[in-house]
Design a protein around this ligand. Structure first.
Ligand code: SAM
Ligand code: ZN
Length: 384
């Protein structure tokens, strides 16, 4: 395997060079490395570092982190090199493990980093880690049961199977997440909430609970950081955030229905057309604003290649309203036959009319609000 060096953050590692004439997709290389995930990793290092500082205040024990699906090791190597945390870098590929070991030695990190050559599910069933990071090809679903068992304090999960999560590959999504998504204007938020719903149910098997600290979505992936606590009663309370979305395709009205066995109205309460139902999914919070702020401060102080984009996205996450499912202004304007204005203007008008309103990191043309679809339409139609 031919290798080259890349630098992310202040960590320089060896990654494979794709064979000449070969398919250039990162997944075609003998060991996976995707430069397009640098933003995901920059946020990951900062968010994990913030979290480690928090738990170190409460505990004198050594904090353990596992990068359960490591590939080149870039994520876990950055964690150990840039935060000093004791890290296990695991991959079942022999080539990956050799590369990880070489990278550990080159960086002089043998006192804090170990490579592991196992099926991730075996490792996670054998050992508990304070921090478990899952960054798989596609869906994390096959690893969630073992991760939920292993994790003590923080579970960080990436999912790149946005088509199943967001309803574009409906049956695949139903098989992996035991839930029905909508592939509509807010499909990206739907994907995050379907994933979190699945994780919440896996954690509850172990009387564990999750508190989402930060969740973000792009066209390519979903990523979430979940603080974990133990306790049957806490797990019962967490499950109260599970439920369904009833959505009217005729008028765009939507309702969040909390609970797992609850009556759901077939008719839209705004226009009486038939509702569509998505779920079960997570209706609780996606972010903790204090955590977002601390992560922004951390990124500002660190070397990272995607600093400006990362900070902007985290600010959007921090400031978005904690109300499930956003509205897309362009879609609403098309239905009303009016032209769209700047998104900030729409938000200002909603606020001027006494409603809560915010932008959302999910889409630049969208907003979140507690206004009803009737009020939203009246306000948008009235903008001159
Ligand atoms: C998307 S790559 C990881 C990327 C890496 N975390 C990064 O930030 O660049 C997924 C890795 O998981 C490994 N893998 C897939 N299934 C596995 C399993 N059951 N146990 C251990 N490793 C596995 C693959 O060999 C591959 O290297
Ligand atoms: Zn309706």
């Amino acid at each position: 395997m031919r290798v080259r060096t890349v630098k992310e953050g202040n960590t320089e590692i060896l990654v494979p060079v794709p064979e000449e004439g070969a398919n250039f997709a990162p997944s075609a290389a003998p060991v996976f490395y995707n430069p397009a995930m640098e933003l995901n990793r920059d946020i990951s290092i900062a968010a994990t570092s913030v979290f480690i500082k928090r738990i170190e205040l409460d505990s004198e024990k050594v904090i353990t982190y596992v990068d359960a699906l490591s590939a080149s090791g870039i994520r876990g190597l950055r964690i150990v090199n840039e935060t000093g945390t004791h890290t296990t870098l695991n991959d079942w590929s022999e080539d990956a493990c050799k590369l990880i070991q070489e990278n550990i030695e080159r960086l002089n990190l043998s006192d804090r980093a170990i490579s592991s050559h196992k099926n991730a599910n075996v490792l996670l069933h054998e050992k508990h880690f304070n921090i478990v990071d899952l960054d798989p090809f596609g869906t994390p679903a096959p690893f969630l049961a073992a991760a939920a068992r292993s994790v003590i304090n923080l579970l960080a999960v990436t999912a790149t199977d946005t088509a199943p999560l967001c309803g574009a590959h409906l049956n695949s999504g139903i098989r992996k997440y035991a839930a029905i998504p909508f592939n509509n204007e807010y499909h990206s938020e739907m994907g995050v909430r379907i994933l979190l719903g699945k994780i919440a149910r896996e954690l509850s098997l172990h009387d564990k609970t999750m508190h989402p600290l930060l969740s973000h979505a792009t066209r390519h992936y979903v990523r979430s950081y979940l603080e974990i606590k133990k306790g049957a009663q806490k797990a019962d309370e967490m499950l109260m955030n599970m439920g369904f979305i009833a959505h009217c395709p005729a008028c765009g009205h939507r309702e969040a229905i909390y609970g797992l066995a609850v009556p759901i109205k077939e008719e839209c309460s705004n226009c009486s057309a038939n509702n569509l139902i998505a779920g079960p999914l997570w209706l609780g919070k996606l972010h903790d604003p204090d955590f977002c702020n601390e992560t922004i401060d951390e990124i500002m102080e660190r070397d990272c290649g995607t600093k400006q984009v990362a900070i902007k996205m985290l600010e959007f996450c921090r400031d978005e309203l904690d109300i499930p499912m956003f509205y897309d202004q362009h879609l609403l304007c098309k239905k009303l036959g009016v032209s769209a204005s700047g998104i900030d203007r729409v938000i200002q008008e909603l606020r001027n009319n006494g409603f809560l309103a915010s932008r959302t990191h999910f889409s630049g043309t969208s907003f979140k609000t507690n206004a009803s679809i009737r009020d939203i339409n009246t306000i948008i139609a009235g903008i001159r």
